[in-house]
Design a protein around this ligand. Sequence first.
Ligand SMILES: [Zn+2]
Ligand SMILES: [Zn+2]
Length: 116
Amino acid sequence: MVEILCEGVKIMIDTVECPCCGKENDMSDALCDGLSSDNKTDWECQECGEEFEVYVEFEPCYSASKIEYEECDMCNKKVRDIYREGRIFPFPKSLEGKKVCKSCWIEQYFMETKNA
Ligand SMILES: [Zn+2]
Ligand SMILES: [Zn+2]
């Protein structure tokens, strides 16, 4: 089992047994070239040169953080999932520099698309 850091995500990797010759392949180099979106990568066996597909499983990682409520700049409601510029796209121009709750965002967003 190897532990590596890939793009800020800590992942544990095992060796993978080649389906052709049975050789244990060390997967520690396989990942940082990037995985496809389904976490699969093609790998060439270090022993027999046969290519096979490797599926990488990421260990779930839990970290606890305090729940933070933020106040909506539009309606003053306290919400957990505040919408702010940079976090939500598209972000309505009328809300620039503000943080708002979801319903205010929806309201402004539709208002803006209607006027556009
Ligand atoms: Zn092989
Ligand atoms: Zn609001």
